[in-house]
Ligand binder design. Sequence first.
Ligand SMILES: [Zn+2]
Ligand SMILES: [Zn+2]
Length: 304
Amino acid sequence: MKCSKCAEKAVYHRRYEGTYYCKNHFIYMFEKRFLKEIRKSKMLHRKDIVAVGLSGGKDSSSLLYLFNKFAKMFGIEVVAIGIDEGLKKYRPKTLKAASKLCKSIGVGYHIVSFKSGIGVSLDDLPKKLKKRKINWCSWCGVWRRWLLNKSAKKFGATKLAVGHNLDDEAQSILMNFMRGDWRHLQYKPDDKNDCVDAGFIRRIKPLGWAPEKETTLYATLLRLPFCSAECPRSFGMLRRKVGRLLNEIELAHPGTKQQVICTADRIKASSKTGIKAASVCKQCGEVSANKICRACEMRQIVGK
Ligand SMILES: [Zn+2]
Ligand SMILES: [Zn+2]
């Protein structure tokens, strides 16, 4: 197949749009869309220090590369933070890829571990919880977000960027439906809360529009060092099942994932009571809707 824009060989077919892209036109489209998203949602201000949560996977690697490429244009500084949850059979290889990328583009990389930041690594969790059946993604996700927020502020960042793609976003929305978590479906992030002093740091997701296939292709075409291993603890978890289901439906009905996100955006827009995390956790000072945040509750359970 030929590119829809020129005579070159196509490397990608965007099925929901019916367009074919050659390597150059794909990269051009991907970067243009990234810039558009940042401008549209007013994600950046000049002099921002953007902390990118860098896991070493294709999404966050693409994201860091993009921020670094356009840093001068935006007038921002970029740092990368890696969270090491302590899965010995998995994390070291992804952190290695992440370090390699940071070195090659000259971005500082800070690695923060669960062990040092929380006092317990994920590998130690079964010992600590004894009889409990462990929902790994939940424990990991809550602590990861908490530690990333804290670390971003510690390293002087004014924005925290995460590499969530369209697939991740659509999965999260469906999971909220399935778990009856209507609060999250109504939650409107308060974009005005740019102030770091108050404990808030705005979290931005400039790749939320990009299907996983596209972030993978972008990182591959640019030969970014990234690790494609999947977390061994995520097998059997709800997110993986929802992801498979969505892929199956998307194949037969292209554009489904976008529709899921559009619907959720409309629910948010029509919700009168945007639920805001108005207060801070009494224990750690991080933003929380309750007196004690979920991360601190979970730390108490394991005695930390
Ligand atoms: Zn082309
Ligand atoms: Zn807390």
